[in-house]
Design a binder for this molecule. Structure first.
Ligand code: F6R
Ligand code: MG
Ligand code: MG
Length: 368
């Protein structure tokens, strides 16, 4: 059997430039230097460092499996080093996603986002990495269900013999810390009851039903739940294997032609359209948004990353970006009103406890 490769994407916001809008190149340089050392030492097969908005994204390949302490330590050390660079330039929110001082072998639950998958590399292995800023992990629910369970998006589900059986979805309940699997298309309606509420239920991964092969993995943790207080939106990542028994590259990208509404945007407290953009365009500036998604494509070659291609750097997404601007403008005109502003229990910032306490005595009972 061929040796397995592990594809790890680990990300964190360790300092913004200017404010939360983008990233200073010095942080990327620092990360590239550190990961370059790890590649030379043989810890990594290959890597690519990128960003979306203010999030530093480490895309790494290796042979050490998922949840490997050495790889997680490496990512943590890179984030610490980049934090020092951010501090030296007094960048904004230096080290904001590093929630703990003591590293204990796994970055999960410590602030950074993680999506990892181990698999046997196929004869040709096209892989897409989606990275979003100013939004939360549930943002992938709609695109994932369209990619792997919607025949109006992925015609392969209808006409490709190797996809016709469908896919198995792993769904997490972020509130209760539970997981459940749904086999689609059979259980699609049951699954949608849950994942249509993406603030609580999030798709963690997708497998091929026939072979059990992993097709997609997302980062699902919610920073606000981990820290028990506001520490920024999760700004999630998603890795998808394409072609053959999985949706084609074009089928995987197609759901992003609709700029669906996600939670995030200004102060992590608003609904806004998810706008697909190239990496250089991922600078959420208008009202700290609207939320952005970038996608880098690679061909794996014995674990080496051939690429990237900047997949949303394509005029065919121009109309989507225009629609996102129109939808964003329409929502903005609601100002502090729902549904632009999130419901009370979903906002990352709130003054409600203080204001409610101060006005406590002024609320009178209504007569029956
Ligand atoms: C949202 C985000 C920004 C900040 C906002 C206020 O995810 O990062 O919209 O919430 O700029 O930031 P602070 O509280 O750091 O002044
Ligand atoms: Mg930030
Ligand atoms: Mg961010």
């Amino acid at each position: 059997m061929a040796e397995k490769v592990t594809f790890s994407v680990i990300k964190a916001d360790v300092g913004g430039y200017v404010g939360h809008s983008s990233m200073h190149p010095a942080l990327i340089e620092e990360a590239e230097e550190k990961l370059g050392d790890a590649k030379r030492e043989g810890t990594l097969i290959d890597f690519h460092v990128t960003r979306v908005g203010d999030d530093l994204e480490l895309i790494m390949t290796h042979r050490k499996g998922e949840d490997n302490a050495e790889i997680h330590q490496l990512a943590w050390d890179v984030f610490l080093a980049a934090t020092e660079v951010a501090k030296s330039l007094k960048l904004y929110g230096a080290g904001q996603d590093l929630l703990s001082d003591a590293f204990s072998g796994n970055v999960k639950g410590m602030g950074p986002g993680v999506a990892e998958m181990e698999f046997e590399e196929r004869e040709s292995e096209p892989i897409l990495v989606f990275m979003a800023d100013k939004t939360s992990a549930g943002a992938w629910n709609m695109p994932l269900v369209k990619m792997f369970a919607d025949p109006f998006t992925t015609i392969g589900l209808v006409i490709s013999p190797v996809m016709h059986e469908g896919f198995r979805f792993e769904v997490h309940d972020a509130l209760e810390s539970k997981r459940i699997y749904f086999d689609c298309p059979d259980e699609l309606y049951d699954m949608l009851v849950f994942i249509g509420a993406p603030a609580r239920y999030m798709i963690k991964g997708v497998q091929h039903r026939g072979t059990g092969e992993v097709g997609a993995v997302s980062s699902t943790q919610r920073l606000s739940l981990i820290a028990g207080r506001y520490v920024g939106k999760d700004d999630p990542v998603l890795v998808v294997r394409c072609q053959g028994a999985f949706p084609a590259v074009g089928e995987v990208l197609e759901p992003f032609a609709f700029p669906h509404l996600v939670e995030g945007w200004m102060r992590g407290s608003h609904h806004g359209p998810l706008m697909p953009v190239s990496v250089p365009q991922s600078n959420p500036s208008r009202f700290d948004g609207p939320p952005r998604v970038v996608c880098l494509g690679f061909q794996l070659c014995n674990g080496s990353l051939v690429g990237p291609r900047d997949m949303f750097d394509d005029v065919s997404f121009d109309e989507t970006r225009r629609q996102a601007n129109v939808a964003g403008e329409y929502l903005r005109r609601h100002g502090p009103f729902e549904p632009h502003r999130l419901p009370l229990d979903e906002m990352e910032y709130t003054t409600m406890p203080q204001v409610a306490k101060r006005l406590e005595g002024r609320f009178e009972d209504l007569e029956e």
